[in-house]
Design a protein around this ligand. Structure first.
Ligand code: DC
Length: 237
């Protein structure tokens, strides 16, 4: 049976991972966070003091890299770098900025492409990233382009960092976010852009539950799949 694929693209901080994870849970699909794959390569570059702009040196180390995705018993995605679990380590602001830079190199993108496509061949997936609907899975059953204003995204990110005990000033978060938006949208290979057949969802003025409902409806309409019965529904029946 052909697997279903849902592509969710958009700029940093638009809520892609929160919404994609929730949709994967509701429909019983596998959630694939492709940004984490780029972050894993970026972490290696940082540790080896490789300038993320230096494509030549990066290309030379790629063959030594084993970047693997595993899923824990909790169903959460873990990233392995040469066998080491780096799931936490790839979340720092330095890695975010470095991932944005290394992902501009065509060789890095080609190196990671097949891993992403294979996951979608083997599973029903909700995949989030920047180029899923345009490059990785151009035939995806559902394509969503998720946006929100830069200010709203920076505000959400500031609150999230605060909650994790990694507080940063709003203005700094906003400046970083705008820099990454610029990098991601202006690189020559697979830049961030909305696929022609993607549906745009601007969440600036939506609550999280409104965004969740909108996406759930869209996936149901497009794929003919229904969300799995939820525990609370089962208890009621
Ligand atoms: O989604 P994220 O913020 O974790 O992604 C980190 C960086 O990786 C992002 O700035 C751009 C890059 N990226 C990409 O180029 N293509 C993807 N499909 C996912 C992420």
């Amino acid at each position: 049976m052909k697997h279903i694929s849902v592509a969710i693209d958009g700029p940093a901080g638009a809520g892609k991972s929160t919404l994609a994870r929730e949709m994967a849970k509701r429909f019983g699909f596998l959630y694939v966070d492709t940004g984490a794959i780029y972050r894993t390569v970026a972490l290696h570059a940082l540790r080896e003091s490789i300038d993320p702009q230096d494509g030549g040196t990066l290309m030379a180390v790629l063959p030594e890299l084993r970047v693997e995705i595993t899923y824990g018993e909790d169903g959460l995605q873990h990233m392995l770098l040469n066998g080491e679990d780096v799931t936490e380590a790839i979340r720092s602001p330095e890695v975010s900025m470095s991932a944005s830079a290394i992902s501009a190199h065509p060789g890095v993108r080609v190196f990671l492409l097949e891993t992403q496509r294979q996951l979608a061949r083997d599973n029903d997936v909700v995949m989030d990233g920047r180029d899923i609907g345009t490059v990785v899975l151009p035939g995806a059953d559902v394509k969503v382009f998720l946006t929100a204003s830069a200010e709203e995204r920076a505000w959400r990110r500031t609150l999230e960092l605060d909650a994790k005990g990694m507080a940063r000033p709003y203005q700094e978060v906003l400046d970083d976010l705008k820099q990454r938006d610029y990098n991601d949208a202006n690189r020559s290979v697979a830049p961030l852009r909305q696929a022609e057949d993607a549906i745009a969802l601007d969440t600036t003025h939506l609550t999280l539950s409104e965004s969740i409902e909108a996406l759930e409806q869209l996936i149901t309409d497009r794929t003919g799949r229904s969300p799995l019965p939820r525990e609370e529904d089962e208890e009621e029946s």
